[in-house]
Ligand binder design. Structure first.
Ligand code: G3P
Ligand code: CA
Length: 302
């Protein structure tokens, strides 16, 4: 009986590989997603943007990031920001190699465990869906983050354009039942709830004392809470299914509070095994990690 309840709990827990498995392979690339699948994640966490020719691509930043992008001659882009995705065609975006972090940078030091895969390109979301289908990984889900930023409206296509285009790609691939859509830009989540109410929406928040942008009710300045105490109620009132706070600001009491409101709680981004273990002990519904292998190890030890 004990074994049965352990496996039932393991099945219910949602292990999400952050940007695929950023700690192990180049972020948001097919090698990272493939590696995450080989570890046995339940969900692939990823970020999207839209190119000038209206293609949904997988990228954390709205621009080519000089920390990870090299041009066709092998030169790193000059920092701190490369050209905007919305001003490049897919062919232009994919002319860059994003298979390695620029050596000598702090980012490379942080993720020195990441194994480079030279020659890797920014993937399209449609391509990722095809790759997962080809692997017959039929139970795997996708937690897709719309990377529009209310404070930087010129950097990306509009929240409406991004959300509509994303839903089109999801529907064309027949993946609507396997995705959730997450964002700090809650406007995109409201659009998802209107256009595709069956898709779970995931409300991202960050606790940032002295920097509260939640009080004007317009959600146009990003979701930074001075104190996370009011976040679960706001997420529930907005129609969210999942609350994803930054892990450092989470408490056991907040987990209880959110779950009592009917929300799932899935914190980001948790890489320390001791913290992963503590959060699982608090009963979170999942975690998002750059190191899904560590989460598996912690789960196996419990
Ligand atoms: O899923 C939430 C998490 O991914 C947010 O952080 O900056 O890595 O997209 P970021
Ligand atoms: Ca993300």
């Amino acid at each position: 009986l004990a074994a049965l309840s352990v496996s039932a709990a393991a099945w219910a827990f949602d292990l999400q590989g952050h940007r695929g498995a950023r700690g192990l392979r180049p972020e948001n690339t097919l090698p990272a997603f493939e590696h995450a699948l080989s570890i046995g994640v339940d969900t692939l966490e990823l970020d999207v943007g839209v190119t000038a020719d209206d293609v949904v691509v997988i990228s954390h930043d709205p621009f080519l990031n000089p920390l990870i992008a090299r041009d066709a001659s092998g030169q790193w882009l000059p920092g701190p920001r490369g050209p905007l995705l919305r001003e490049l065609t897919l062919a232009q975006v994919q002319s860059f190699d994003v298979g390695r972090i620029q050596p000598g940078t702090a980012y490379a030091k942080t993720f020195e465990t990441q194994q480079a895969v030279d020659g890797t390109r920014v993937p399209t979301l449609a391509h990722l869906f095809d790759a997962v289908k080809a692997r017959h990984a039929d139970a795997v889900r996708f937690n897709i983050e719309t990377k529009t930023d209310p404070t930087q409206p010129g950097e990306t296509v509009s929240p409406e354009a991004m959300t509509r285009r994303l839903l089109q790609v999801v529907n064309d691939a027949g993946m609507a039942s396997r995705v959730s859509i997450q964002s700090f830009d809650w406007r995109t989540l409201q659009i998802v709830q209107q256009l595709a109410p069956a898709i779970p929406t995931v409300y991202l928040t960050v606790q940032s004392p002295g920097n509260d942008n939640t009080r004007d009710g317009t959600w146009t300045a990003g979701m930074r809470f001075a104190d996370h105490g009011s976040a679960p109620k706001m997420v529930q009132a907005a129609g969210g299914k999942v609350w994803s706070p930054n892990q450092g600001a989470l408490t056991e009491a907040l987990v209880r509070q959110a779950q009592a409101l009917g929300l799932k709680v899935i914190p980001w981004t948790v890489n320390d095994p001791a913290v992963i273990d503590r959060l699982i002990g608090w009963g979170v519904d999942g975690v998002i990690s750059d190191y899904p292998d560590r989460v598996r190890e912690v789960m196996a030890r419990r």
